[in-house]
Design a protein around this ligand. Sequence first.
Ligand SMILES: [Mg+2]
Length: 366
Amino acid sequence: VYIADIKTMVTRLPLENAWADARKTVSHIELVVVDVTTDTGLVGTGISHSSGVGALAIESLVKDYLGPSLIGKSISPRALWEYGWDYLHDEGGGGVTTMALAALDIAFWDVVAKDLGRPLVDLLGRVRDRVPVYGSGINLGMSIDELLDQVDGWVGRGYKAVKVKVGKDDLEEDVERIAKVRERIGALPLMVDANQKWSAPEAARRIHALERFGLLWVEEPMLADDIEGQCRLRSQVSIPLAMGENVYTPWQFRDLIVGGAMDFVQADIGRVGGITPWLDIAALARTYNRPMAPHFMLELSADLLCCVPNGYIAEDIAGGSLTDLGALATSRTVVDGYLYASESPGHGLEFDRSKLLACRVGGEPV
Ligand SMILES: [Mg+2]
């Protein structure tokens, strides 16, 4: 099948409650939605996301540059990914370029699976039918009572682990919050996320202060760009480190994994460039016995976790799943702490088009 048409739009979906972490606040999630129509009349849909900044630039790379050059090409996702990455590489090997590629790549895989009439999970190679999910809160701005209420909600719904933010200016405040959460959840796995806030010496000191809480991981203690610094930090602390949401290329993942800094691999399907490179990163991680715990994109991440042997756990950011954002016509529900693979042809994400259009920015009026 061949690409006959590519349509794009940007939608800006408001969060029910604004997010606050150690470095910023977020009020909207932007989605770049790409529909690829084939010469046989199939339509595949892909998305990319931003935390409120950049979606129009990402859309433009698809709509004004890469997209027109793809018309008439055969839909083979890996070949098209290589072509597209090469096409955009002068604008950066990772970042907005890979975010543009992601929306296309997801749409291409959707087309191929629909063409075969099979769920994406079976096309890629199912190794399990469901994945455990953890509750993840962007909750640094919450009071301790609000934080404990959020945690209670996850525990009550059977989530398999809980992650909360750290990065208060006052270390004692972080320690107090984590102590309260640990007390509330008992032995349930607990993770913390510093969103790249700390300097190298501060990161080591702060992590040592959290050691007594038996944390599964500390996430992004330092600037994600500082690969050497993360590797050195890992040799100074006893808690495993998780990162990957601000890492964009397989080569960067390689250096962080080989250097020992990345115990849990949090590759974000949207930021790394879609399903194709995400699977490469998962295979790389597997050779170092590193579990995949992808950032964000709950519904699609869960399906990919069903397709790799080292799939570990999916992240349900409160308010941030496509279901929570109201982007889907058919919601995907976490059941007893698990998300089940979609059994519909393609990736199975059916978008609520009227909602997307109601929140649309830029582009032609509809
Ligand atoms: Mg994070």
